[in-house]
Design a protein around this ligand. Structure first.
Ligand SMILES: Nc1ncnc2c1ncn2[C@@H]1O[C@H](COP(=O)(O)OP(=O)(O)OP(=O)(O)O)[C@@H](O)[C@H]1O
Ligand SMILES: [Mg+2]
Length: 506
């Protein structure tokens, strides 16, 4: 038997027994080359699907000697029958199709070693182009398989999470995006993978991302950081973020993972509770103050009445006391207006809106004059409104007070009253004041929202809107802060003929 093995070459390891089955020297050489280039478990088969050769690694796994393997098929070796049948069929397939077969399988060796293996059956062609033999190579991939299983489990956990779990690289580009992220932010993973994370961050919070990135690069973690993010539809969402750096196998930070929990629901509830508590406190406070002020006020009114009676012969004194009486009536009227919100005093009667607005304007007359505000009244004839005079006074008073406050350096306040249709009237207040920014415009009807510091309580518009709606009407506010044409317009629309259920509400 001839051999091509050279001392010191890989081929020296090739057992001559297997080569004995290969008659042609050139063919033997090809087998050497094939096998020497194969690592892990290496073996060859003849056209009958019998082992021509097996390297030592496979012999060790099978617990057999070479002569116990050579010339045998899988069916005659220690393989489970279904696996042996499958492998044998695949060998035949390679001979028939001249195509390699790649597959994987689990296998328990006779010594009880459990493993997962990936194998390739490759055709080895002769000079005539036919498949002369099949060279097989098997690699144990138990570790990779286990990792794949763990990764699959982790992916399932990530995808079943209720929280958005997103990872991004150090350039802020999104790398992974789970189902919850799609549900919470409204973007699909196709839309977001490869996109910048800043797409989710409101413009005024972009600096946060730089800070988060700096922390990540320093290997720090951020826990339960409450902030606002943007949904695809442009709406805001309050989230609690936990951000952690991601390291590669060498420990180098390559990105970060972000868990975002939607806490809009609890936040809204918290806000509503705080607001309800504030309102309740305000109500209690208002009732107490109204009580404290109204009692001495009633006493002083009575005393003035008595004083007037006993000084009937002194005309000057009577005149002074009469003026004092009027002023006191005004104070008690204002007290009831501003402090009586929480008492439902609103008995309904026919209200003449011109007169009522003129009365309210009179209260602000000195401020209007001092600031150089020009008042323009355009009143078309309208029928009386059936309404609560006290409540309408409060509405007009809040709106006019706001306009006066908004024009510290003067301007025009136009009050227009007209009949819109047989069933509706409109009352308009248009000022040329500082206007309301878009950011504040959405908040002006919230209780306690004020830009006036200690000078405002922030309940004027909130109460006014409620009272208008209580009368079946609507309050609409528009405003501009554009310099040169800034100003605010408040439009009230009241029904003249009230619906039955609206009537019953008042
Ligand atoms: N005509 C207006 N021009 C400019 N800003 C206005 C006008 N009306 C309301 N605002 C803005 O809306 C906010 C809320 O108004 P609102 O009347 O509810 O409260 P306030 O005037 O601040 O306090 P108060 O409870 O004393 O009325 C104001 O602080 C102001 O910023
Ligand atoms: Mg106000």
């Amino acid at each position: 038997m001839s051999t091509v093995a050279q001392p010191g070459s890989n081929e020296a390891n090739l057992p001559s027994a297997s080569l004995a089955l290969i008659p042609d020297l050139a063919q033997q050489l090809r087998v050497f080359k094939t096998l020497s280039s194969i690592i892990d478990y290496a073996y060859t088969f003849d056209s009958g699907g019998r082992f021509l050769y097996s390297n030592q690694a496979l012999l060790d796994l099978l617990g057999l000697r070479l002569d116990e393997v050579i010339g045998k098929t899988f069916l005659e070796l220690p393989y489970p029958i279904d696996l042996a049948v499958k492998l044998q069929a695949q060998i035949e397939q390679v001979f028939a199709t001249k195509q390699k077969v790649i597959d994987e399988t689990s296998y328990i060796s006779p010594a009880g070693v459990v493993g997962y293996y990936e194998y390739i059956f490759n055709p080895v062609f002769g000079s005539d182009g036919a498949v002369e033999m099949v060279a097989g190579s098997t690699r144990e991939v138990s570790h990779r398989k286990r990792n794949e299983e763990i990764q699959g489990q982790l992916a399932a956990i990530v995808d079943s999470s209720d929280d958005a779990i997103i990872s991004k690289d150090l350039d802020g580009i999104i790398v992974t995006w789970n189902f919850a992220a799609s549900r919470i932010f409204g973007y699909t993973s196709d839309e977001m993978i490869g996109a910048p994370l800043l797409r989710l961050v409101p413009l005024n919070l972009h600096h946060e991302e730089d800070e988060i990135l700096a922390k990540m690069k320093a290997g720090e973690r951020i826990k339960h950081y409450e902030t606002t993010r943007l949904r695809k539809d442009g709406s805001n969402i309050v989230v609690a973020l936990t951000v952690s750096p991601i390291r590669n196998s060498n420990g180098i930070i390559i990105g970060s993972s972000k868990i975002a929990r939607d806490i809009s629901g609890p936040k809204n509830m918290e806000r509503l509770l705080i607001q309800a508590e504030k309102i309740a406190t305000m109500g209690r406070m208002a009732a107490t103050i109204a009580h404290e002020i109204n009692n001495p006020l009633a006493a002083v009114t009575n005393l003035i009445f008595l004083a007037k009676g006993s000084s009937a012969d002194n005309q000057d004194t009577v005149r002074y006391l009469t003026t004092a009486e009027h002023e006191l009536a005004r104070v008690s009227h204002l007290t009831r207006q501003t402090l009586g919100y929480y008492r439902d005093t609103g008995a309904h009667s026919a209200v003449n809106c011109f007169e009522l607005i003129n009365e309210v304007v009179r209260v602000y007359e000195s401020k209007i004059q001092n600031r150089g505000i020009v008042l323009e009244r355009v009143y078309d004839p309208i029928p009386s409104l059936i309404a609560s005079k006290g409540e309408l006074t409060q509405v007009f008073s809040s709106i006019i007070a706001n306009s006066v406050d908004a024009m510290p350096d003067g301007g025009r306040l136009r009050i227009g009253i007209k009949q819109l249709s047989a069933v509706e009237i409109e009352i308009c207040f248009e000022d040329q004041g500082i206007g309301i920014s878009a950011k504040n415009l959405v908040k002006v009807f919230e209780p306690f929202f004020t830009t006036k510091g200690n000078l405002g309580t922030g309940i004027g518009l909130w109460i006014a809107k409620q009272l208008v709606e209580k009368h079946g009407g609507q309050l609409k506010l528009s405003s501009s802060v554009t310099s040169g044409c800034s100003g605010t317009s408040v439009r009230l629309v009241f029904p003249l003929v009230r619906e039955r259920n609206a009537m019953s509400k008042v």
